[in-house]
Design a protein around this ligand. Sequence first.
Ligand SMILES: Cc1ncc(COP(=O)(O)O)c(C=O)c1O
Length: 347
Amino acid sequence: MEIIPHSRPSIDQEEIAAVVSVLQSGRIAQGEQVLSFEKALASMIGVAGAVAVNSGTAALHLALLALGIGENDEVVIPSFVCPALLNSIRYVRAVPVPADINPETFNMDVPDIRKRLTGKTKAIIIPHIFGLPADIREIVSLGVPVVEDCAQSLGSSYDGLPTGSFGALSVFSFYATKVICTGEGGMIASGDSQLLQKIRDLRDYDEKDDSRLRYNYKLTDLQAAMGLTQLRKLPVLIGRRRAIAGRYNEFFREHLLPVPVSPSDREHIYYRYIIRTRHLSKLLDAGRDAGIAYRRPVFKPLHHYLGMTGYPKTDEAFLGTVSIPIYPSLRDTEVKTVLNHLQSILK
Ligand SMILES: Cc1ncc(COP(=O)(O)O)c(C=O)c1O
C-alpha cells in the first residue's frame, strides 16, 4: 500500500544543484551562503538583520539569552505547542507560564495572556500556530518583550506586514518538514542590531577574547544553500499549500462542516490543515488502515507535561482536532485519496 505521509519536504533538482555546488566549492561550514541566507530572510521580513543557527530551538534559546532572561524570570507561552518552547525556557533556568488558546484560531488567547502576566514576566513567546498569524499587535501592546515564533508561519502576514516583523525578535525553523527546509536549521531576525550582535557572539565559541559561555549553534553553507533556494520558491510553495487548503475547504463546506478560520486582516499559509472531530482515535486508526497519516496537531499540551490544570480550550483542541496532510509536494491524486477517505468516513 502506498502511504501518504503527514508531511514531507518539497525538494527538487534546484536544491540538489545548490548543495552540490557548495560541496564542490570545498567550503562547507558556515560561510558566504549562510550570510546570503541571513540577508535574504531579513530583507523578506523587512528587518535590520538575521542570524542563522542550526535549529529553531537554538534560535529560541539565543533569543531568550539576548533578552537577558534568566533564573526565576517568567516567560509566557501557549500550552498548545511543541515542547521546543518549554525546553528553551528551561535552558536559561526561567519559568514557563503556559497560557490557553483561542478555540477558533488555536493561537494564544490575549485575555488569558493578560491574566498570567506578573511583575516577573520578562517575555512572551508567541507562535503563529499552524500558519495563521496570532493577535500580534494586541500582544505587542501588552508592553512585554515579544519573541515571535515563526517556525510555522514564514510567508504569512498580518495587516499586510510579514509575521516576524512585529516582535523584539523573531525565530524561524527550517526542519525537514517546515515551510522551507534545510534538514535542520533556524534563524533569529530582529530590527535591533544590538540584540543581533549579542546573538552572533553567542552562536560560536572560537576566537573570542573572553571565556563567556557560548555555543556551537552554527548552520552550514550546505544547509544555507538549500535554504536560499527554498526561500526563493516560497511564493510557489505557499501557493500550493493554499490551493490544497482551497480543495479541502470546498469539501468541508459541501458537507456543512467547519473550515479553518482565516480572518480578513491576516494571510494564512496553511502550514497545517486542522479539522475538528468527536472521534479522534477512530479517525487516526482509520487513516492508518488506509495508509494516510492523520496526526494530532500537538502531541501533548505543555500543561500536561507540567502537571497543571486550567486550560479548557487547549484540552478541547487536544481531544477534538486532527491535522491532515497538506504540503507542496502532496500531489493532486493524493489530495483526492484523502478526500475520498474522509468522505467514506463521513458516510
Ligand atoms: C512553533 C515551533 N517553534 C519551535 C520549533 C522548534 O524548531 P526545531 O525543531 O527546528 O528546533 C518548532 C518545531 O517543531 C515549532 O513548531
